[in-house]
Design a binder for this molecule. Structure first.
Ligand code: CP
Ligand code: NVA
Length: 308
């Protein structure tokens, strides 16, 4: 079976990305027990906190018949300086798949390079591909195909924003990013995206007529000491009722969570009729089950689809 990873979204073809979304929708609706990962083990290494990522991967593995092992840096020799290369070689001889949440994206790349088994990026400082599988599943479920639609990203040009930029190219939507000066997404992501992605200053300009409005925290994990400075820089970038009113009439709102009410999003929008954030969070489970099946089961529907 060909070894595949999900370190960057570009590790998938657009056909595979769409296939995983469709498979996630199918798995979510299925009521029959399905255990293709019996006796398979997922190793999960977390350098940062997590609610959704940890629980969805762990529950997903159990539901598919396998098991998951949770490790923080305090539990492994990685935390005491054992090289990433050595850890990858050893751990990947014992488990069937490895998920990592790290500060540096490079850690996941090095790990994948030395791993015998599939490696999944569970969030780095550069990107959050698993969240995009869930976000896109959620859009497809609520509004159908996202191709040709317009998405507004309001706030920090962070890891989530980078993953939206990558997805715009793969699933064929336009993306307007509204961010303050100095908080733009990395130039390399923008350069690859071409003119389907615009960086604006005015949140209203990005939101006007948009089909999907997305935001995220102003200070990501690891940036806690910048919180006050960022609150000042992002003043005026809150997604509130006034901003949402500028979007298309049937626009929906997403946030990967955890959310800070009264900062990047108002309580009214988060709890309002256009918000799909709870479905979005639940879909982490379904989208990652489809991903695990794709990476670990040779006869999986998405592998077969992609082979044609
Ligand atoms: N959205 C997300 O990745 O949540 P956690 O940090 O709780 O995993
Ligand atoms: N940008 C946020 C996403 C959390 C899921 C962070 O990196 O902390």
């Amino acid at each position: 079976m060909t070894l595949r990873h999900l370190v960057n979204l570009s590790d998938l073809s657009p056909t595979e990305f769409r296939g995983i979304i469709q498979r996630a929708i199918e798995l979510k609706q299925s009521r029959t027990s399905y255990e293709p990962l019996k006796n398979k083990v997922l190793g999960m290494l977390f350098e940062k906190s997590s609610t959704r990522t940890r629980i969805s991967f762990e529950a997903g593995m159990i539901q598919l018949g396998g098991a998951a092992i949770f490790l923080s840096p305090r539990d492994t020799q990685l935390g005491r300086g054992e090289p990433i290369e050595d850890s990858a070689r050893v751990i990947s001889r014992m488990v069937d798949c490895i998920m990592l949440r790290t500060h540096s994206h490079r850690t996941v790349e090095i790990f994948a390079h030395h791993s015998r088994v599939p490696v999944i990026n569970g969030l780095t400082d550069r990107s959050h591909p698993c969240q995009l599988l869930a976000d896109m599943q959620t859009y497809f479920e609520h509004r159908g195909d996202i191709a040709g639609r317009r998405v507004a990203w309001i706030g920090d040009g962070n890891n989530m924003c980078h993953s939206y930029i990558e997805t715009a190219g793969m699933l064929d939507f336009r993306l307007d990013i509204a961010c303050p000066e100095g908080y733009e997404p990395a130039a390399e992501f923008l350069a690859r995206a071409g003119d389907r992605v615009r960086v604006l200053r005015d949140p209203a300009e990005a939101a006007r007529g948009a089909d999907l409005i997305v935001t995220d925290v102003w200070a990501s994990m690891g940036q806690e000491e910048e919180q006050a400075k960022r609150e000042r820089a992002f003043r005026g970038y809150e997604v509130d009722e006034k901003l949402i009113a500028l979007a298309a009439r049937d626009a929906i709102f997403m946030h990967c969570l955890p959310a800070h009410r009264g900062e990047e999003v108002s309580a009214g929008v988060l709890e309002g009729p256009q918000s799909v954030v709870w479905d979005e969070a639940e879909n982490r489970l379904h989208a990652q089950k489809a991903l695990l099946e794709f990476l670990l089961v040779e006869s999986s529907p998405v592998r077969r689809l992609a082979a044609h």
